[in-house]
Write a protein that binds this ligand. Structure first.
Ligand code: B3K
Ligand code: ZN
Length: 894
C-alpha cells in the first residue's frame, strides 16, 4: 500500500469555490448531482484535475454544460485540458444500504447519516478530498416524506416543500445553505424519522440562536443532559476565549451506528448515541460526564477545527490536541472547586498513561505530527488527541493562562478561514507572548511535535545539612521509536515543591535568587541534565516533582516508602498526593510480580504491608478529602499500567498479584469499607454533579470490596445487601455498581442479577452494551471469560455490524481484560485473529482498532509472545486486508 509523506505536501492544482449538491435519497440507490465551480491554482504548475472517488457509479461528467472526455487512474477521475475557471457537473449514484464501513453516506435504523472525516466525502461524490480545499456549500435533499420527514444538512434551512415528481405529496425536499466555507470533511446530511429537543438562547453579544438535539422518537427523555452540556459549552467558549456561536442554528443528531464518539460537521454534529442519550435510569455518572466532554469537544471544534482547519492530515493534532485541551479545561471549569478540578486532571492523566504511553513505546509510536501514514484513519490516536492536548497544556503553562488566551486570539486574527499547520499555531501562541519561555525556546519546544516517545526524567536529590541546601539533578532521556533512533532534549516544564517535616511547602529559593517563593515553582528543563540548588533549607525535605503533571513524561525518583507516605499524607498538590499512593502500590506490585516466592501464585499470598494498608485506611476515613479523590487513591494501578512498568510481561502473574492486592485491601479494611458505604451510599435525589458522583463512586467501590471480603469469609450479608441495592437502586450508577460488585467478586448472586438486568433493559441498546461489556470484562477465573464471550456473540442481541455492540464484547475482552485475553493456550489470540479478519470485511476502522490489541506482543513472556506473534502473522497473511488493518499488523511485525 502507498505511504503518504508529510514532506510531499503540495497545494492543490485547483480550488473549488462553490459546491451545489442535490441528493435523491434512496437506500438502494441514492443519486447525487454535484455542481461545482473551480479555478486553477496559479501557484502550482498547470496539471490535470484529479478527483478522488470510491465505490461510486459514475453516470455523467459535464464541463461548462458540455460532455467531456475523462479517464480513470485507479480510483481517481482525471480531467485534462481544462479552462482556468469552469463549472463542473458530476452525476453519480451510491448504495447507502450496503455501506457497512459507516464512511460516506450510510443507513442506520432506516435513517440516512454521513461520516466524511477523514476521507469519506469521496464515497459520496468525486471531489478534491483534502482539508485545504474549502468551498461554499448549498445542499438540496429530496426524499420520501413519510419515511424521511426530517431532512438536515449544514448551515441554514432556506427552502422546503413538497415535490411534484412522485405521487402527490409523497416526496419532499429541503434546501440548506452553509454561510461558512468549509473543507469537505465537515459536510453532513441526515434524513429520517427523528424528533428534537429545542432550546433558544441569546448569546452574550445579544444574538439569538436555536440549539437542537435530534434523536429517534422514544429517546427524547434522554436529551436533557446533552442540551444542558451544549448550552454550557456555548457559554464557556464565549466567556473563556471570547469565541461565540457563529450560526443561527446548531444541531446535534444521534445515531446508534457510528465508528467513533462524534463528529464536528459544521452546524450539524453527528454523535454516537452513547455520547448523547442519558437519563438517570439508563446512564451512569461516567456516561453523563463523557457526554459533557464530547458535546463540549465537538462544539469547541466549531472554532478550533472548523473556522481554522488543518492544511493536511499530518496536522490533525492542530485541531484534535487543541480541542481535547479545550474540552478538558471546560470540564475542569464546570467541576468548579479546586479538588474537583484535580480529580478531572488525575483522570485525564490516567488515560494518557494507560493508553498513550504504551502507544508511544510500541510499534505504532508516532509523533504528535506524524511524518507518514498509509491510512489516516489509523492516526486518530491517543497520541494525536491526548498527548497533543498535553503539548498545548505545556504551552499554557509556559505562557500562563492569560497569555494563552491572548495567543488563541492572535491565532484567530491571523488564520480565521484558513487551513494551517501546527507550526502556525505554536508561532501564534509564542508571538502573542514575546517575552515568554515559549517564545525563547520555540524551535526546541516544537520537538514535542516531531519526536515520538515518552521522555523519562530521572531525578536525584542531595541534602547538604552544613550548607543548608537541597540540590536536585534532573536528567532527561527518551528511548528510540520506530524510525527515530536518536532523540534531542525536550523542553520540559516541571512543577516543583519541597515538603518540610510538618508536611507544609517550604519556601523555594534557588541559589543566586534573592526571593523565596512559597509553594510550587515551575522550572523549565532544556538540557540533557540540569542541576538546581535551593538554599536556606533547614532540614532534609521531601521533593514533590512534576506537580499537576506539568509534562507528559515518566518521572523517576528513588523515593523511600517513608517519603511517599509523607507525600500521600500532606502534599498540597493533589495530583502528586494521588501519585504517591500509586507509586506505593506500583512498587509493591512490581516486587511481588518479580519475586520468586510469589511465583507459586495463589491469591492468599500477601503483597501489601501494614504501612500501606494503614495509609489507605487514613485516606478512606479522612475527614476532609473528597469522596471522588479517595476513590482514585484507593483504585489500584491497572494491569495495563503495571505491565508498562515491567520489561517482560506475564499477564497472568500481573493479574494474580493485582487480584491478591484487591483481596487484601478488601479484607484488611473490611470495617472501614463498611463505614464508608454507610456514610456515602445515600446521595439523595439524583444529579450527575461532581460531588454526588464522587460519593456514588466511593460507595460503589466499598460495595465491591465488601463483596470481595465476603467471598473470602463466606459471609452472606453483604452480597445479599448488594443484590438488594441492585434491585432497589434509583439510578443506573448505583444499580450498575451493585451489579458489577457481584460480578467482579465472582459471587454466585451475579447469576441471578445478570438476567434480571437484561430483562429490565432489553429495549435500551446502550444498557445492553454495558451488560455485555461487564461480562466480557469480568475478572478471569480459570479461563471462564473466553467461553462467556463466545456465548455472548451467540446472544440474539449481538451484532458484529454495530460498532458499539461489537466493541462492548470483543474489544472489552481483547483490550480491556488482559488476563482473560492472554491465555497460555493461545485461544484468546486465535479468537482475536478470527474477529479482526471477520470485522475487516465489514468495517476496516473498527477492525484496525481491534488489531491494535496485540501492539505490545514483543514484551510478553513466553509462551504468550510466540503465540501472539503467530496470531498477528495469521492476520497479516490474509489477502485483501483493508489498508487500515494491513498497516497495523505490518507495523506490529516490523
Ligand atoms: N473529528 C472526529 C474524528 C473523526 C475520525 C474519523 N475517522 C471526532 C472528533 O475528534 O471530534
Ligand atoms: Zn476532535
Amino acid at each position: 500500500a502507498a505511504v503518504i509523506k508529510r514532506a510531499d505536501y503540495i497545494a492543490p492544482a485547483y480550488w473549488i469555490d462553490t459546491v451545489d449538491l442535490c441528493f435523491d435519497l434512496d437506500p438502494a440507490k441514492t443519486r447525487v448531482l454535484n455542481k461545482m465551480t473551480l479555478r486553477r491554482n496559479p501557484d502550482v504548475p498547470a496539471q490535470a484535475l484529479k478527483l478522488d472517488g470510491e465505490e461510486l457509479n459514475l453516470a455523467r461528467v459535464l464541463v461548462n454544460g458540455q460532455g467531456t472526455s475523462f479517464k480513470m487512474e485507479g480510483k481517481q477521475l482525471v480531467l485534462d485540458n481544462l479552462p482556468d475557471a469552469f463549472e463542473l457537473e458530476i452525476f453519480t449514484t451510491t448504495c447507502p444500504a450496503k455501506n457497512t464501513q459507516l464512511m460516506g453516506l450510510y443507513v442506520s435504523n432506516d435513517s440516512f447519516f454521513t461520516q466524511c472525516e477523514a476521507e469519506g466525502f469521496r464515497r459520496i461524490t468525486y471531489f478534491l478530498d483534502r482539508p485545504d480545499v474549502m468551498a461554499s456549500y448549498s445542499v438540496t435533499l429530496r426524499a420520501d416524506k413519510a419515511q424521511y420527514p426530517v431532512l438536515l444538512s449544514n448551515g441554514n434551512l432556506v427552502a422546503q416543500g413538497p415535490l411534484e415528481d412522485g405521487p402527490n405529496g409523497a416526496r419532499h425536499f429541503a434546501k440548506w445553505v452553509d454561510p461558512h466555507r468549509k473543507p469537505c470533511y465537515l459536510f453532513a446530511l441526515v434524513a429520517g424519522q427523528l424528533v428534537s429537543r429545542e432550546q433558544r438562547i441569546t448569546s452574550r453579544a445579544g444574538k439569538d440562536h436555536v440549539l437542537q438535539v435530534y434523536v429517534r422518537p422514544g429517546d427524547l427523555d434522554k436529551t436533557e443532559h446533552a442540551m444542558n452540556s451544549l448550552m454550557h459549552s456555548v457559554a464557556w467558549d464565549e466567556a473563556r476565549f471570547g469565541l461565540p456561536l457563529d450560526l443561527e442554528r446548531f444541531m446535534i443528531v444521534a445515531t446508534s451506528d457510528f465508528n467513533m464518539g462524534a463528529m464536528e460537521n459544521k452546524g450539524l454534529n453527528i454523535f454516537n448515541t452513547k455520547y448523547v442519550l442519558a437519563n438517570q435510569a439508563t446512564a451512569t455518572d461516567l456516561d453523563f460526564s463523557n457526554i459533557e466532554s464530547v458535546v463540549g469537544h465537538e462544539y469547541f471544534h466549531n472554532w478550533t477545527g472548523n473556522r481554522i482547519t488543518c492544511r493536511d492530515w499530518f496536522q490533525l493534532s492542530l485541531k484534535e490536541g487543541l480541542t481535547v485541551f479545550r474540552d478538558q479545561e471546560f470540564s475542569q471549569d464546570l467541576a468548579g472547586v479546586a479538588s474537583a478540578r484535580a480529580v478531572k486532571r488525575i483522570e485525564d492523566v490516567r488515560v494518557l498513561r494507560t493508553a498513550q504511553f504504551p502507544e508511544d513505546a510500541g510499534p505504532m509510536a508516532h509523533p504528535v505530527r506524524p511524518d507518514s501514514y498509509i491510512e489516516i484513519s489509523n492516526f486518530y490516536t491517543v497520541t494525536i488527541y491526548e498527548k497533543g492536548a498535553e503539548v498545548v497544556r505545556m504551552m499554557q503553562t509556559l505562557v500562563g493562562r492569560k497569555g494563552f488566551a491572548k495567543g488563541l486570539t492572535l491565532y484567530f486574527e491571523r488564520h480565521d478561514g484558513q487551513a494551517v499547520t501546527c507550526d502556525d499555531f505554536a508561532q501564534a501562541i509564542a508571538d502573542a507572548n514575546p517575552t515568554s519561555d515559549l517564545a525563547r525556546l520555540l524551535p526546541q519546544f516544537k520537538r514535542w511535535y516531531s519526536q515520538a516517545g515518552t521522555p523519562r526524567v530521572h531525578a536525584q536529590g542531595v541534602y547538604d545539612a552544613a550548607e543548608r541546601t537541597y540540590t536536585l539533578t534532573l536528567a532527561q532521556s527518551c528511548a528510540p521509536t520506530p524510525g527515530q533512533p536518536v532523540k534531542e532534549p525536550f523542553v520540559i516544564p516541571v512543577g516543583l515543591g519541597l515538603l518540610g517535616a510538618d508536611g507544609k511547602d517550604l519556601p523555594l529559593q534557588p541559589a543566586g535568587e534573592t526571593d523565596a517563593v512559597a509553594g510550587t515553582r515551575t522550572v523549565v528543563l532544556t538540557q540533557a541534565s540540569e542541576t538546581l540548588t535551593f538554599i536556606n533549607i533547614a532540614a532534609e525535605p521531601v521533593p514533590s516533582i512534576l506537580r499537576g503533571f506539568t509534562a507528559p513524561v515518566v518521572l523517576e525518583f528513588d523515593y523511600t516508602d517513608a517519603q511517599l507516605l509523607h507525600l500521600l499524607a500532606h502534599d498540597s498538590d493533589p495530583f502528586n498526593r494521588w501519585e504517591a499512593g500509586q507509586r506505593l502500590a506500583v512498587n509493591r506490585a512490581v516486587n511481588a510480580i518479580k519475586s520468586i516466592a510469589y511465583s507459586a501464585g495463589g491469591s492468599d499470598a500477601s503483597v501489601l504491608d501494614d504501612a500501606y494498608l494503614e495509609a489507605m485506611r487514613q485516606v478512606l476515613l479522612h475527614p476532609t478529602l473528597d469522596a471522588a479523590f479517595k476513590e482514585l487513591v484507593l483504585t489500584l494501578p491497572s494491569e495495563t499500567y503495571l505491565a508498562e512498568q515491567l520489561d517482560v510481561v506475564d499477564p497472568q502473574r500481573i493479574h494474580a498479584v493485582r487480584e491478591a492486592m484487591r483481596q487484601q485491601l478488601a479484607t484488611a479494611l473490611a470495617a472501614d469499607w463498611e463505614a464508608t458505604y454507610q456514610a456515602h451510599h445515600d446521595t439523595g435525589a439524583y444529579a450527575p454533579d461532581a460531588a454526588s458522583s464522587g460519593r456514588r463512586a466511593l460507595a460503589g467501590m466499598a460495595l465491591t470490596h465488601l463483596c470481595l471480603a465476603a467471598q473470602a469469609s463466606g459471609d452472606a450479608v453483604w452480597p445479599g445487601k448488594t443484590l438488594q441495592r441492585f434491585k432497589d437502586a434509583g439510578n443506573m450508577t448505583d444499580r450498575f455498581n451493585a451489579l458489577s460488585a457481584l460480578v467482579s467478586s465472582g459471587h454466585a448472586l451475579a447469576a441471578e442479577a445478570l438476567p434480571r438486568f437484561h430483562a429490565m433493559f432489553k429495549d435500551e441498546a446502550l444498557v445492553i452494551d454495558k451488560w455485555m461489556g461487564l461480562q466480557a470484562g469480568a475478572p478471569d477465573r480459570g479461563g471462564n471469560i473466553l467461553p462467556a464471550v463466545k456465548q455472548l456473540m451467540k446472544h440474539p442481541d449481538f451484532s458484529l455490524r454495530n460498532p458499539n455492540r461489537a466493541r462492548s464484547v470483543i474489544s472489552t475482552f481483547c483490550q480491556g481484560n488482559p488476563a482473560a485475553f492472554h491465555r497460555a493456550d493461545a485461544a484468546g489470540y486465535v479468537f482475536w485473529s478470527d474477529r479482526v479478519i471477520e470485522l475487516d470485511a465489514i468495517n476496516p476502522q473498527v477492525a484496525a482498532r481491534l488489531a491494535r490489541a496485540l501492539d505490545r506482543w514483543s514484551k510478553l513472556a513466553e509462551p504468550y509472545r510466540s503465540a501472539a506473534r503467530e496470531a498477528i502473522v495469521r492476520v497479516a497473511a490474509k489477502t485483501d486486508l483493508s489498508k487500515d488493518t494491513l498497516e497495523v499488523v505490518t507495523r506490529a511485525l516490523a
